[in-house]
Design a protein around this ligand. Structure first.
Ligand SMILES: NC(=O)c1ccc[n+]([C@@H]2O[C@H](COP(=O)([O-])OP(=O)(O)OC[C@H]3O[C@@H](n4cnc5c(N)ncnc54)[C@H](O)[C@@H]3O)[C@@H](O)[C@H]2O)c1
Length: 251
């Protein structure tokens, strides 16, 4: 059986883990909509020069107008939208600090991008998925809420919410044959992490103290799980969180 080619929107898909997702999906024959605050058109051009199918759309995931436009552009370019990858998030730009040094405003901003963003995107794509009788939502969570990682309480709480969101939305969308799953990456050397000394040092500690597979995790380590969740073979899996972290946590 030949694998189906899907139309897949990747939020935050222009850099870091998101770009690794966009590139791997396009190389697997999917049509990719790269939605990002910045660099979306350039990232799509990088794929198109490889002969791959992609468009870029400047999108702020917390702005419903932008997200509605992302869906419209996907449908205009490729006729439908089958899969949403909720990858955009605030992580690599956050300073690590004790919980009582996090301002209320910073807490709200992290919650806004990391939880309201996926909610707005899910609301925007589901009508299109219902219409087509096919849909997959993949949320990018984190292993930090499972570990109880300190010094980023807003981030950890937001990703715990993403795991809970995944479970409840899976129950609501089951009747529509739309699956909702999460991938929980371990500490990954994305572009943003490599630029942030504090995060890079934390990554060393994770690798040495808790990871079964003794090497650094890179964005390409995450693409296999996403390709699987977007594939026809994953159609009876929903509400699950798959940890991809070299065996650091066991869910
Ligand atoms: N790197 C890690 O160690 C790690 C571990 C676990 C989970 N994650 C999660 O994986 C995802 C990607 O992480 P990364 O390390 O590649 O991050 P990154 O900071 O390198 O990239 C994030 C991308 O999201 C985009 N973005 C940010 N806010 C946006 C908004 N409001 N609207 C649209 N796009 C927006 C950025 O422009 C950027 O392209 C995030 O959800 C992050 O929380 C990362």
């Amino acid at each position: 059986m030949t694998a189906a080619s899907r139309v897949i929107a990747v939020t935050g898909g222009a850099s870091g883990i998101g770009f690794a997702f966009s590139e791997a999906l396009a190389r697997a024959g999917h049509k990719v909509v790269i939605a990002d605050l910045r660099g979306a058109a350039e990232a799509a051009d990088r794929l198109k020069t490889q002969g791959l199918q992609a468009i870029g759309t400047q999108t702020d995931v917390v702005k419903p107008v932008d997200v509605a436009s992302m869906v419209q552009q996907a449908v205009k370019a490729f006729g439908r939208l089958d899969v949403l990858v909720n990858n955009a998030g605030l992580f690599t730009t956050l300073a690590l600090k004790p919980f009582d040094q996090i301002s209320d405003a910073e807490w709200m901003r992290v919650m806004e991008v990391n939880t309201l963003g996926p909610f707005i995107c899910a609301k925007a794509v589901v009508p299109e998925m219902r219409k087509n009788g096919f849909g997959r939502i993949v949320n990018i969570a984190s292993t930090t809420p499972i570990k109880g990682t300190p010094n980023m309480l807003h981030y950890v709480a937001s990703k715990g919410a993403v795991i809970a969101f995944t479970r409840s939305l899976a129950r609501e969308l089951g009747k529509d044959d739309i699956t909702v799953n999460a991938i929980a990456p371990g500490f990954t050397l994305s572009d943003g992490v490599l630029e942030n000394d504090m995060h890079s040092k934390m990554g060393d500690v994770v690798r040495k103290t808790s990871r079964s597979l003794q090497r650094d995790q890179v964005p390409d380590d995450l693409v296999g799980a996403l390709l699987f969740l977007a594939s026809d073979g994953a159609g009876f899996i929903t509400g699950q969180t798959i940890a991809v972290d070299g065996g650091s946590v066991f869910i």
